[in-house]
Design a protein around this ligand. Structure first.
Ligand SMILES: [Zn+2]
Length: 417
């Protein structure tokens, strides 16, 4: 056994155990606080609602533990189990050119991996969300969504992968810089068109025209330079009762989207505060920050790919007999996240800081009590836990926990008055 193989198996084992341990802590912490609504929420959340949040969180975290184990086994099956080598052998047997052999390997890996994760998606939707009364989707819609996503991935993915392989074979030693440049352009174009071309394949988006809200938000829009035509309501309720709101894209397709499920629960003042939070993400250029971050990470990824591409030891360490361009791409996509698992808490801390900043923006431009009210409604109606495990939060949470956000907003509101 090669040294790299040993490091890989050990790293995979450690990352799996750490994820299981964190999830176990989370379950125990939430369960231990199940009997008591946290002091800050006694006025606004009933014990029954609090316990629903605890039970929903525990159910989802149990599923996540099974998925962690499953994902580890799937990576082992692809690599040391010979799954990827089997696909490489099949692709060579087709007799097509080297470029298309590589594309076939990547596509086959992607489709099989997608199918292997589908049972978890199904269980989350039709067993857990169903039990807690959130599921609104049907099996027909679920299957339709999966097929549409797969077709979209093929439409964008196949030319992209074929392009990357072409650069490898045709543009000399600096191929990876060219490939990275084209890859980034494609990613940015996809981000830019997805609100107008891709997302409408899944949901209906209607401009927000609530007359009560229009009056309230005019001032906010004028102050921030955001146009009313960029605020949409999405029919999320056709799949799920869970509510949310988000800001996406940049330039002319940028927009704030409210789930109809969230909007139905908020007062006009609270909806205005949520809108201000999302506009805060725009004002702080958070999408641009993420693009910048992604550029750096993907440049490192392409550099790494260029380095391992001709090295026989790289393939043999992960169960592939000989260098193959498609296999190199797949191996890196599977193995790099295992080493990258130590960076997840850094990324989570970064996104949490972005959320605090957007909350601060909302407090400056609207009302602190409304923002608190909106968050309480969000946690109550989505059965989000109010008592997560601190270490689990530090590792996984992209948003600060509810109590931390509300404490932060209250402290800012007090400063303003
Ligand atoms: Zn946010």
């Amino acid at each position: 056994m090669q040294i790299v193989t040993i490091i890989f198996v050990v790293m995979l084992g450690i990352s799996t155990l750490v994820l299981l341990w964190l999830a176990g802590r989370h379950i125990r912490h939430v369960t231990a606080h199940r009997q008591q609504v946290p002091a800050d929420f006694v006025q606004v959340i009933t014990l029954e609602q609090h316990q629903k949040g605890a039970d929903y969180t525990v159910a989802k975290t149990h599923l996540q533990r099974w998925q962690t184990v499953w994902n580890g086994l799937v990576v082992l099956a692809w690599t040391l189990g010979g799954g990827l080598q089997w696909i490489v052998t099949q692709s060579e047997a087709t007799g097509v050119g080297v470029l298309w052999q590589s594309v076939m390997v990547v596509v086959a890996w992607f489709v099989v991996s997608d199918v292997l994760s589908l049972p978890f998606e199904w269980y989350r939707t039709f067993v857990i969300d169903e039990r807690f009364g959130f599921n609104k989707t049907t099996l027909a819609l679920f299957v339709r969504d999966w097929i549409v996503s797969l077709v979209l991935n093929m439409i964008f993915g196949v030319p992209l992968v074929a392009g990357i392989i072409w650069f490898m074979t045709s543009t000399g030693s600096a191929w990876w810089l060219w490939a990275w440049g084209v890859f980034m352009v494609v990613q940015i174009v996809i981000l830019w068109v997805q609100p107008v071309i891709i997302q409408p394949l899944f949901n209906k988006f209607t401009p927000l025209t609530d007359p009560q809200l229009q009056g309230r938000i005019q001032g906010l829009l004028q102050r921030t330079g955001f146009a009313g035509s960029q605020i949409f309501v999405m029919d999320a309720s056709k799949r799920s009762g869970l509510g949310n709101a988000y800001f996406t894209s940049f330039g002319r397709t940028k927009r704030v989207v409210f789930f109809d499920t969230l909007l139905a629960q908020l007062t006009p003042g609270q909806a205005t505060a949520v809108l201000a939070h999302e506009i805060g993400h725009y004002k702080h250029r958070d999408i641009i920050k993420f693009i910048g971050f992604f550029m750096v990470v993907s440049l490192a990824g392409f550099g790494l790919l260029a380095w391992v591409l001709p090295q026989a030891w790289f393939y043999q360490s992960f169960g592939v007999l000989a260098p193959q361009m498609g296999a190199a791409l797949v191996l890196l996509l599977m193995v790099a996240p295992i080493a990258g698992f130590i960076f997840t808490p850094l990324q989570s801390a970064f996104t949490r800081s972005i959320e605090y900043a957007a909350d601060a923006y909302a407090v400056r431009h609207t009302d602190a009590d409304d923002m608190v009210g909106a968050l309480v409604a969000l946690y109550r109606d989505n059965a989000g836990t109010l008592t997560p495990d601190p270490l689990y939060v530090a590792y996984h949470y992209s948003h600060p926990p509810g109590s931390a956000r509300i404490g932060h907003i209250r402290s800012l509101g007090a400063e303003n008055t």
